[in-house]
Ligand binder design. Structure first.
Ligand code: AMP
Length: 620
């Protein structure tokens, strides 16, 4: 066999310098796409050439069409249960993570007792946040393709600095599903710094604070930039604090002044919407004028700057408190901050700018449009990756994802493609069979969802796991990719301490052409791969529930009535049938039906087994 040399460090696959790589700010309230042409940044506007912001809203019409952006926003009040907003809040989250948030959402988030990722139900279909985000990304992709009159397939997407590995992977998957090769996931504060040209030249060493106050969220991040490397020193914020709260304060002020009828506000949707729009209008007006007044059905809705400042002060103080904590975590004094960058539409408010400027004892950077800063930074990062900025150092990255096989032959990415190297990542797994003593860890490289479509790099067996019920062993799989591109994979069963490992040398690699082909096929098969993955995940989840239910019935023989047993058996048989021959949605419906029936029984039986048997991801 001929030995082909692969350098896992070399991420430069495309030789076509004419490729446009786009920058996407996938936001909670609004999203935006931008590109660079000859060094100049262009946020892409709508067909009328007015708005660059696309509301991050997806609406499902009753006749099966999907609307995104302004069109979907119009439907938010008309059919809230079919209009999905704030999808970003759901990315990579399980239902347990979301318990608090789901009450606030107008659409149906599927209840599940377990650590599974959330799904949203509309009619009889279940959607994952990844699929919904992909709709927004597809819309942005088509918008830029119309403007540039050519196809684009490569993108840089931004995420908040606090996003964890699962949330980043979910964002990457959404890009892939939208037909985009996601070259890099970039932190929003990093993008904002790049947009201001900070960190672009190699020798630079700076400490930067990024204050990001949008429509619904607030983040403060402190970055240290040294030799082209951006390090997040600290981040704080409030995922439920933004421009909407300033609007609500104005409405409360009008209610207190009897200019707005509180009962009608609750009950009359249209009136409520008009008042909300006027409150936002008032807030925006007060950013440049001293006074706002309008007549609504005979009542005067008015407010002046002084009053507005007074009622807004507690919100601004809250953001400053977060700044204080971020500075403390970064172990810095305000005089050590070189730049303060303002991001998000709400930083247009002079009171916000002044308060932040006073806090850091420094002028704040506001020369760029605060709505566009992050997308522009993403576009700059994209331009750098496209090789259009010769002066820039590109960090070493891994060109293909590395991961292991999980139940059903699925690929579980541990180190994502384009991750900086050296890189270390770990993930926890468990067993799927009672008393399982051995666990095979198979390592793969590639972007497809099924390992059979990827390249196998090696495998090893972790043996000597003490016999325990399925789901109990805690097995950590660690990937360590060193600066030379050598990958070491280690598995450790935490309770017993047994370990095993394998070293994979970079030489056993593939050519650039093959790498290019693998990437292309992952984009071409994104949709069918996604469908296969969702079906296998649903089958695996359902199988665990099926087995747990059998166990539950046998352990609670005496507690359950004959009718309850019969009903459980019927619902459980239905799950079995759907695993064997049903669609993903039919399997979910069958699980929902069983859960709805068994949850109260399980509570009553105070039985711990189901919960225990169902937790964690399993590998065979
Ligand atoms: P973003 O999520 O970054 O797009 O920010 C949107 C928020 O910025 C909304 O709450 C807007 O009402 C707010 N906003 C936009 N322009 C202004 C302005 N001139 N003054 C105050 N708030 C604004």
């Amino acid at each position: 066999m001929s030995k082909i040399n692969i350098n896992l460090k070399d991420g430069n696959i495309s030789k076509d310098k004419k490729d446009v790589i786009i920058g996407i700010d996938l936001g909670t309230t609004n999203s935006l796409v931008a590109y660079i042409n000859d060094g100049e940044a262009f946020p892409v506007k709508d067909e009328q050439g007015i708005h660059a912001l696309v509301p991050s809203i997806v609406h499902f019409t009753e006749d099966g069409n999907i609307l995104v952006g302004e069109e979907a926003k119009k439907m938010l009040n008309v059919a809230p249960e079919r209009s999905i907003y704030s999808v970003k809040r759901l990315m990579g989250k399980s239902y347990t993570d979301l318990k608090k948030d789901s009450d606030l959402l107008g659409y149906k988030v599927i209840e599940s007792e377990k650590e599974e990722l959330v799904k949203i139900s509309i009619d009889d279909r279940f959607y994952s946040p990844v699929e919904l985000s992909a709709e927004i990304l597809k819309y942005l992709k088509s918008r830029i393709e119309k403007e540039l009159k050519k196809e684009v397939s490569k993108a840089v997407i931004t995420v908040p600095a606090y996003f964890n590995d699962t949330q980043r992977q979910a964002t990457r998957d959404a890009g892939k599903l939208a037909g985009l090769d996601v070259l890099r996931i970039v932190n929003e504060p990093t993008a904002a710094s790049l947009a201001y040209g900070i960190g672009i030249s190699k020798e630079e060493s700076k400490t930067v604070a990024i204050y990001d106050l949008g429509g619904g969220t607030f983040d403060i991040s402190i970055l240290e930039i040294d030799n082209g490397i951006f390090e997040v020193l600290s981040t704080h914020g409030d995922t439920y604090l933004g421009g909407d709260d300033f609007d609500r304060n104005i409405i409360d002020f009008w209610v207190n002044n009897k200019a707005v009828d509180p009962v009608r506000l609750q009950e009359d949707k249209r009136y409520g919407q008009t008042v909300r729009m006027n409150a936002e209008h008032a807030k925006i007006t007060l950013s440049s004028e001293p006074f706002f007044s309008i007549n609504l059905e005979g009542s005067e809705l008015s407010i002046d700057t002084e009053t507005y400042e007074k009622i807004s002060s507690p919100l601004i103080q809250k953001t400053l408190e977060a700044c204080r904590m971020a500075m403390k975590d970064a172990e810095l004094e305000t005089h050590e901050i070189d730049h303060v960058i303002m991001v998000g539409g709400s930083t247009r408010m002079p009171i916000v700018r002044n308060a932040v400027s006073t806090f850091f004892s420094k002028e704040v950077d506001i020369s760029l449009n605060p709505d566009e800063v992050v997308a522009i930074g993403a576009a700059i990062q994209a331009d750098i990756l496209a090789g259009n900025r010769k002066d820039l150092l590109l960090l070493d990255i891994t060109p293909l994802s590395l991961g292991i096989e999980t139940v059903g032959g699925l690929m579980d990415n541990i180190i994502s493609r384009n991750s900086k190297i050296p890189s270390r990542q770990a993930r926890n797994y468990t067993t799927s069979i009672d008393g399982q003593k051995n666990l095979k860890v198979s390592v793969f490289q590639g972007e497809r969802d099924m390992v059979a479509d990827n390249r196998k790099l090696g495998e090893f067996i972790l043996s000597g796991i003490p016999p325990m019920p399925a789901g109990i062993p805690k097995i950590q799989v660690k990937f360590n990719l060193d600066a030379d591109g050598i990958l070491t994979v280690e598995a450790l069963e935490e309770r017993s301490g047994v370990t095993a490992q394998i070293e994979i040398r970079s030489q056993y690699g593939i050519s650039e052409e093959d790498m290019g082909r693998m990437l292309l096929s992952s984009i071409q098969h994104a949709q069918s791969d996604k469908e296969k993955r969702s079906l296998i995940e649903a089958q695996t989840e359902a199988n665990a529930i099926h087995l747990a239910t059998i166990k539950f019935i046998s352990q609670n023989e005496n507690f359950l009535s004959p009718e309850e047993k019969e009903q459980l058996n019927i619902l459980n048989k239905n799950i079995r049938d759907k695993i064997d021959s049903g669609t993903k949605d039919e399997i979910h419906t069958a699980m929902e039906e069983l859960n709805a029936y068994s949850a109260p029984l399980a509570h009553k039986a105070l039985d711990q087994h189901i919960g225990k048997a169902l937790g964690g991801t399993k590998i065979e």
